[in-house]
Design a protein around this ligand. Sequence first.
Ligand code: FAQ
Length: 311
Amino acid sequence: VEVNLEEQFEAKVAKDIRIEPKDWMPDAYRKTLIRQISQHAHSEIVGMLPEGNWITRAPSLKRKAILLAKVQDEAGHGLYLYSAAETLGASRDQMIADLHSGKAKYSSIFNYPTLSWADIGAIGWLVDGAAIMNQVPLCRTSYGPYARAMVRVCKEESFHQRQGFEIMMKLCNGAPEQKKMAQEAFNRWWWPTLMMFGPKDDESPNTEQSMRWRIKRFTNDELRQRFVDMMVPQAEFLGLTVPDKDLKWNEKKNGYDFGEINWNEFWNVVKGNGPCNKQRIQTRVKAYEEGAWVREAALAHAEKRAQRERQ
Ligand code: FAQ
């Protein structure tokens, strides 16, 4: 029977028929989805922190309102994704406990500091740009709830990216000091953004199987290449210099050659030793502890209502 189920599963995936929560699936498929979706959820939640750092210091009321809305969207994405992971049998309490203990991974990018207002522009433009490049194909991922979550998430990410690009445009067309701020932020965020796509294909243990299961639709290197090809003309439009002396148009491949990523830095950040890893986790733990009374009150309220309905 098991063989039959496995064949049916493979056949569905091959025909791009979505796998749904109650369908039979191999344990390893379930496990890798829980891994990827929970890491993705954690990234959205921790991803609120670098930008949250600027909400009280945004340069105008309008900028503050926009940034607040963006950060709220990220909270929504995180909750949406935790729900998608729950459909696979993962427990939310356990996922959150794993984030707080340092056991769970989340995107390396959110362990870098936001030093100036231009960093908020650079995050929207570059980090959300990379997120879109990675997540638009995930709208076609083989697991139904994850694919459907990505549709809404990508729409909101597009708004996020435009607001980032618009901040960069304003700075780049402003005073020389503003232009300098934009270039410095670009220099800080360019390489860490390229790292978001993950290790090189030949050093990525999960890619091959995830491609076969159609969880991933493109490899890490394919998406990174597309991202570079998309961003270089945008940087030129802004009048910014890509901080890579090896960047060069390659006519033959119809794309850019670019310099080697600092993989030591990447793995160091993934292992918990980046500039802000400890601070990020501490902030999450503190927020969780300080929110305990809200959870208790919500539970007590729900219990009272249930009691009233029973009467
Ligand atoms: N950081 O074998 P692979 C956002 C880990 S966007 C940390 O290639 P896989 C929106 C990887 O987990 C960011 N760890 O793995 C936003 C694996 O470890 P494991 C979130 C990384 O899964 C914008 C190991 O290295 N987006 O949040 C990273 O096939 C602005 C080997 O790697 C997603 O999560 C990294 N950069 O490919 C929010 C998208 N890269 O689990 C706020 C969905 C790799 O074996 C503000 N995820 N690792 O222990 C994916 O597409 C994939 O999981 C990849 C990695 C492409 C990230």
